[in-house]
Design a protein around this ligand. Sequence first.
Ligand SMILES: O=C(O)CC1=CCC(=O)O1
Length: 94
Amino acid sequence: MLYLVRMDVNIPHDLPAEQAQEIKAREKAYSQDLQRDGRWQHIWRVAGEYANYSVFDVESNDELHGLLQALPLFPYMKISVTPLAQHPSAIAQN
Ligand SMILES: O=C(O)CC1=CCC(=O)O1
């Protein structure tokens, strides 16, 4: 199942810079592991915003929820999820 996910990141200004850097490093490693195993298919920066659009390919809502909840930046994110279905005019199937 495919999901379009938007993540808006809002790190509090009073979080120590070193701690923020450590969380971002863990976020990157976590994200890249999921990209390598194919479940995090795309990640795009929203131009001009501290936000991304991502596409996940997972088995269920519960699996997606588990992956998102485990994001190191999860406590500092607003996340919106859009389930994707096939478009009848698409020439490529996912
Ligand atoms: O910077 C972001 O958009 C948040 C994020 C998600 C995965 C990652 O590496 O950074």
